[in-house]
Design a protein. Structure first.
Length: 181
């Protein structure tokens, strides 16, 4: 089955300069937990999730209307194409540990969004073992390891296998310790 057959085509987006309060309002109105972030040229640059917003508000000491989406979004969004096989899209979700993929054409223009829910609700889209394997990878807990800073240091490093994913998600986020200085 192809992505275009099960994706959601009517997708709400936001811009990098959109503030988090506006992004939350869009998510509330559309009953969704993520928005593709689209640049002025109309191409997808990243994704923002409700979790990204909650963490940003809780750690920055600012109200949602004072924080721009671009201040908390990850690097480049993982995407899929309308003509991709759903199983290929699931493999991307699994490797990138994401539940949603913007669906873009060859030029990067947004055509829709594919969520894990879309795959689950279309029984013939993928084998149940593929879906469960993807969910298991996405939901796997990250395992912190002790930092070399000593026993008094409560911060932790992420295990090496997770460090790339972590840095991609936090590349623009400020460390909460830095905010209190």
């Amino acid at each position: 089955m192809k992505v275009r057959e099960i994706m959601t085509s009517d997708v709400k987006t936001c811009r990098p300069e959109t503030n988090l309060a506006e992004a939350v309002k869009l998510m509330w109105e559309r009953d969704c937990g993520a928005l593709p972030v689209v640049k002025s040229d109309g191409k997808v640059s990243s994704m923002i999730t409700d979790r990204d917003i909650c963490v940003a508000i809780a750690t920055r000491g600012q109200t949602a209307d004072r924080i721009a989406v671009s201040d908390v979004t990850r690097g480049k969004a993982s995407t899929c194409a309308p003509d991709d096989d759903v199983v290929v899209a699931l493999q991307t979700m699994k490797s990138q540990r994401v539940r949603r993929l913007p669906v873009v054409d060859a030029e990067g223009w947004l055509k829709g969004i594919l969520s894990l829910s879309d795959v689950v609700t279309h029984a013939s889209a993928a084998l149940s073992t593929e879906i469960v394997s993807t969910m298991a990878s996405i939901c796997e807990h990250r395992r912190p390891t002790a930092r070399a800073g000593g026993a008094g240091d409560i911060s932790s490093d992420i295990a090496p296998a997770e460090s790339e994913n972590r840095s991609r998600r936090t590349s623009r986020r400020k460390n909460p310790k830095e905010l209190s200085r």
